[in-house]
Design a protein around this ligand. Structure first.
Ligand SMILES: Cc1cc2nc3c(=O)[nH]c(=O)nc-3n(C[C@H](O)[C@H](O)[C@H](O)COP(=O)(O)OP(=O)(O)OC[C@H]3O[C@@H](n4cnc5c(N)ncnc54)[C@H](O)[C@@H]3O)c2cc1C
Length: 335
């Protein structure tokens, strides 16, 4: 069991800045995110897009902002549980909370800060009969650890950036990479399309366009997939992994069952400190709602700051909190 002061559900920009503000008050944080990397929407949806409304940065790429936030929180040594979904929360002795993930990891904390954004990103699954039975047995919708594919035969499906980027990356890891796409044209960055075409021309990627995976088969685990070409018909390929990368859609998911007061798909909060109807549970960033709410990164930063102050009073009810500027205190990390 992991013990901490604040269990933060989500590792998007709001959660990362919450670690900083909590760290200034010597509160420890542990973050849980269903995605395999921190950064939330910024990393998952638009890492290469410039953002223009972060104070002090006339322009910054979303991916660079996440890198900077990670650097900014380094002194506070936060813990991370990535690739796991916070599934349930339990109140213990009216004093602590337990956050339990879909993989059984337990995080015990005095305070929970829900920074779940638009919810968990769920993969768009291709309509292939019986695909559910092969999930985690050869079918993966997200590349969590590229090493899983070392010296394996893999087939990737999709026409966007994820499919292109992973096909390129995994040529150096897997023994064979097949990329299947329904059309002849790809939707991804022109530079990545060019790289894939080059790798296909030198035989490092087997490129199958105007094609789709229609059947999958195996005993206990994936063994083969069948690809249907628009003109040439079906052909079976022996593979160890099938990775359909058709994008992710956000769903509120288990956060909707925590017993929180909701308005549509968002958690209602008190704007005094972004507390919810549950004691010691806060909701910050895109996941919350209140009159005048704006889903902006800088609003999440503000909410995280006020939440941290309120969390301090719950973790240390007998201590006085005196407000100080970082220009006066500097940054003192965790021991
Ligand atoms: C294309 C695009 C452009 C944008 N441009 C701008 C801009 O220019 N300026 C601006 O200010 N904002 C912009 N935004 C909005 C901005 O990205 C969001 O306001 C911001 O990402 C909110 O941060 P967050 O940390 O609250 O949530 P998110 O970034 O959504 O992160 C939430 C995280 O919580 C995780 N999560 C959810 N539920 C669970 C669970 N049960 N267990 C584990 N993990 C969970 C998710 O996996 C996710 O990683 C843009 C958004 C998009 C899509």
């Amino acid at each position: 069991m992991i013990e901490t002061d604040i269990a933060i559900i989500g590792a998007g920009p709001t959660a990362l800045f919450a670690v900083f503000e909590a760290g200034l008050l010597k509160l420890r944080c542990h973050l849980i995110d269903y995605l395999p990397q921190p950064g939330g929407q910024l990393t998952e949806i638009y890492p290469k897009k410039p953002i223009y409304d972060i104070p002090g940065y006339p322009e910054i790429l979303a991916g660079d902002l996440v890198d900077n936030l990670m650097k900014q929180i380094e002194p506070f040594k936060p813990g991370f549980t990535l690739g796991e979904r916070a599934e349930t929360i339990e109140r213990i002795d009216n004093k602590f909370w337990k956050v339990i993930t879909n993989k059984g990891t337990i995080i015990q904390a005095t305070v929970i800060a829900i920074a779940g954004g638009l919810g968990c990103f769920e993969p768009r699954k291709p309509p292939i009969k019986g695909i559910d039975a092969f999930e985690d047995k050869g079918v993966d919708y997200i590349v969590r650890d590229p090493e899983v594919y070392r010296n394996k035969k893999i087939i990737i499906a999709g026409g966007g950036d994820s499919a292109l980027d992973w096909s390129i990356y995994l040529t150096d890891v897997a023994s064979e990479v097949i990329l299947v796409h329904r059309r002849n044209e790809f939707r991804g960055a022109p530079d990545s399309v060019e790289k894939v075409m080059h790798l296909a021309s030198i035989g490092k990627i087997k490129l199958l366009t105007q094609s789709q995976v229609t059947k999958i088969a195996g005993v206990g685990k994936l063994e083969s997939v069948t690809v249907l070409h628009d003109m040439e018909g079906e052909k079976a390929f022996e593979v160890d992994h099938f990775i359909p990368l058709f994008g992710l859609t956000p769903k509120l998911g288990p956060l909707g069952n925590f017993g929180l007061n909701l308005d549509k798909q968002a958690i209602l909060v008190n704007t005094l400190d972004y507390s919810t109807n549950l004691p010691g549970v806060f909701a910050i960033g895109d996941i919350n709602t209140y009159e005048g709410k704006l889903k902006l990164i800088l609003c999440g930063f503000h909410e995280a700051t006020l939440m941290a102050q309120a969390a301090f009073k719950i973790v240390y009810p007998d201590k006085k909190l005196s407000f100080k500027y970082t220009t006066v205190t500097g940054i003192e990390g965790m021991a």
